[in-house]
Design a protein around this ligand. Structure first.
Ligand code: FE2
Length: 281
């Protein structure tokens, strides 16, 4: 009986992932609840650990006029094996510090064509089982295949904004934009004592414009994602996205919002090397 319940739950998860995938393919974006990805209502110890680890990230050296903390890391995901392998970080020749580079394209005018260096993901976070589980769940929603040899490049950004009374923290850029990626998932990890952070999806023709200039018929979605692991996914070429600035909620002195972004892109299938037969000596 228990096994049957487990199987039913599992197939329900697969059905909702399948539905989300269909929406992502037809609309170019999808907004989801964590439960639709198969998460239980109560966070697991590993999920709690992931949320806590995100509270001690290093400061973002490129943040102007706001308290922003973040890390960036890349890896390779092999769906058929459920394997996630993190890519080694670069090392600064002078300071010996580890970093991961991010070359910003022209879609972000604030940092256009600038190579930024961010802190790597802490090792404890790389090993966190909830993070690895999240990649598998997100992947089920992607329109990619999971052929035996398929491998996918995965990029993680964890970004935390902290605001004090009277402050406003905007995500960069503070306009409708695309990210120059193929496919992106954004999960809220934490949202404490803040207002704002409204997630908006618009027709791509409004890229580069302020949100309040978009005519209502070109607004595809406008919602506030609040609960841990809830989020949205989008095909970057298909739609523009935007998140409004956050401020401290009335009656509080400080607030915070943390998001985990996971980008996927297919790599060439990892074929086995075909070596010529050894010649007899
Ligand atoms: Fe973005």
């Amino acid at each position: 009986m228990k096994l049957q319940q487990h199987q039913t739950k599992r197939s329900q998860n697969h059905i909702s992932s399948h539905l989300l995938r269909g929406l992502l393919q037809t609309q170019g974006f999808v907004i989801f609840r964590a439960s639709e990805l198969g998460y239980r209502q109560e966070p697991t110890p590993a999920q709690r650990e992931l949320i806590e680890l995100a509270k001690s990230l290093g400061a973002d050296p490129y943040a102007k006029n706001c308290s922003r903390y973040r890390c960036l890391h890349r890896g390779v995901f092999i769906p058929s094996k459920g394997a996630l392998i993190f890519t080694p970080s670069s090392v600064d020749e002078v300071t010996g510090e580890k970093f991961n580079s991010y070359l910003q394209g022209e879609e972000n005018q604030e940092h256009a064509n600038l190579e930024r260096r961010f802190s790597p993901m802490p090792v404890k976070m790389q090993r966190n089982t909830a993070l690895r589980d999240l990649v598998k769940r997100d992947f089920r929603v992607t329109p990619f295949s999971d052929g035996e040899d398929d491998a996918y490049a995965v990029t993680f950004h964890v970004i935390r904004h902290v605001v004090a009374q009277g402050e406003k923290a905007a995500s960069s850029p503070d306009l409708i934009h695309t990210d120059d990626v193929l496919l992106s998932f954004v999960h809220v990890l934490e949202r404490t004592n803040v207002v704002g952070g409204v997630n908006c999806i618009a027709r791509i023709r409004h890229e580069g414009k302020a949100w309040n200039t978009v005519p209502i018929e070109d607004v595809l979605a406008q919602t506030t994602v609040t609960e841990p692991f809830d989020g949205y996914a989008f095909i970057d070429d298909a739609v523009g996205h935007y998140v409004s600035p956050i401020e401290v909620a009335a009656g509080h002195v400080e607030g915070a919002r943390t998001v985990l972004i996971v980008d996927f892109a297919p790599l060439r299938p990892a074929r086995t090397l075909e070596l010529p037969p050894l010649k007899a000596a």
